[in-house]
Write a protein that binds this ligand. Structure first.
Ligand SMILES: NC(=O)C1=CN([C@@H]2O[C@H](COP(=O)(O)OP(=O)(O)OC[C@H]3O[C@@H](n4cnc5c(N)ncnc54)[C@H](O)[C@@H]3O)[C@@H](O)[C@H]2O)C=CC1
Length: 290
């Protein structure tokens, strides 16, 4: 039997890279790099799909520069809104499946309760708006789809908060980190593992929150990174991680304060409990220092 062709977009990003490791046994993986396929070019994408005819598409590509998106709306919209819609339009007539990743930034960030997948959305910045457009376009396209809304993605590879903190903590004795944004740091590897399981178990079409259990602030996350890195034998200069409110760390794009997401829909669908963020941090640090 011929193996299914699986197109992974953004294969060199945090999530895309882990998907390429995780899905090797699922089929023939196609993961064109940006030089081979510029996803900002709709004609090039259409020609690529026509030529390759993938059976399954996993869209891990995105415009993820949240602050830059405020002044680069056209590119953010192309990658985060128009590309997923184009991929969904390709999949729909053939009943091919599309897996797409969305964000906690689609929610308004108010209150303290965990968001549920059917809560009213209300993005606070351009990136969030563009992600919501893509998320809704996939849902309304009529194609077979899984949309995973995830949060605070990090990995042993790529640019992310964990690596920035380890870099700063080597030389600086004191750091100030915001303590009023609450969410769940999600390793790219967990996202790839859950994607793999969701495909195997043929999860029903829909939107699912995908994050580890438990929530934290960026300050507590930074502290946990330093504590666990020390427990793994790393020498660091940092002595104090001072908590500051978001208003003392202004950024071009507003950040939601409440990124708590209910995980029960995904846990029920998978019949499995998601692991805790602290345990996932340890695994990611172990990989980083290996
Ligand atoms: N990084 C985070 O903290 C969060 C990410 N997400 C979502 O998770 C998904 C995966 O994110 P990450 O892996 O962290 O992103 P990433 O920034 O590590 O990777 C994005 C990938 O898209 C590719 N890409 C961007 N523009 C391209 C173009 N014009 N042509 C070809 N390739 C292009 C990049 O080369 C890169 O490989 C995205 O949908 C993102 O919006 C959701 C919540 C938080």
């Amino acid at each position: 039997m011929p193996q299914p062709k699986i197109l992974i977009t953004g294969g060199n990003g945090q999530v895309g890279f882990e998907l390429r490791r995780q899905l090797v046994l699922h089929g023939q993986l196609l993961a064109p790099c940006r030089q081979q396929l510029d996803l900002a070019n709709a004609d090039a994408v259409a020609a690529y799909l026509e030529a390759e005819q993938p059976d399954l598409i996993i869209n891990a590509a995105a415009y993820t520069a949240v602050d830059k998106a405020e002044t680069d709306q056209a590119q953010a919209t192309r990658l985060n809104a128009e590309l997923p819609a184009q991929l969904a339009d390709y999949c729909q007539p053939y009943d091919k499946r599309l897996v797409h990743y969305s964000s906690d930034y689609v929610y308004p960030g108010t209150g303290t309760s965990p968001w549920r997948e059917d809560d009213t959305t209300g993005p606070q910045n351009i990136y969030g708006h563009s992600k919501l457009q893509g998320d809704l376009a996939v849902q309304s396209s009529g194609c077979s789809h899984l949309v995973f809304r995830t949060s605070w993605v990090y990995a042993a590879r790529g640019n992310n908060f964990m690596k920035t903190m380890l870099h700063l903590g080597k030389d600086r004795t004191e750091l100030s980190v915001v303590n009023d944004q609450i969410g769940a740091p999600t390793p790219a590897r967990l996202i790839a593992q859950v994607t793999s399981l969701a495909l195997e178990r043929q999860l029903a079409n829909g939107v699912y929150h995908l994050a580890p259990r438990g929530t934290t602030s960026w300050q507590q996350f930074a502290q946990a990174i330093f504590d666990q890195a020390r427990a793994l034998g790393q020498e660091l200069a940092v002595q104090q991680v001072k908590g500051i409110p978001s208003c003392e760390y202004p950024t071009p794009a507003a950040r939601p304060l409440n990124s708590r997401m209910s995980l029960s829909k995904l846990e029920q669908a998978l019949g499995a409990e998601l692991p805790h963020w602290q345990q996932q941090l340890q695994l990611t640090l172990e990989e980083f220092f290996a």
